[in-house]
Design a binder for this molecule. Sequence first.
Ligand SMILES: [Zn+2]
Length: 87
Amino acid sequence: MDIKKAIEIIQGNINAKKNDELQAIEIAVREMKKSIAMKPINNGNWVSKTCPTCGEGLSEHHGDGYYSDNICLESCPNCRQLLDWDD
Ligand SMILES: [Zn+2]
C-alpha cells in the first residue's frame, strides 16, 4: 500500500471521534503527507522558491538579487516536507 492510499483510508475512518483522536489523526496525516515529495512554490525570478507546506524560503541567495534552486535540498529544513525539484 502506498502512502496516499494509507492517508485515504485513515481519513475515511474519521466518524465523529473524540476531539483528541481527531487531532491525533490530523497530525498523523499532516506528517504522512510530508513524505510525498512536493514541488517548491515558484514565486517568480527575483525571489526565493518556498516550501509548499510551511512557506520556508528554499532557494540559495547569491546576494545580488539572484536566487538559484537548492536542488541538493531533499527536504525542507523547517518542516521536513520532501521536495521534488524536477521540472
Ligand atoms: Zn517546510
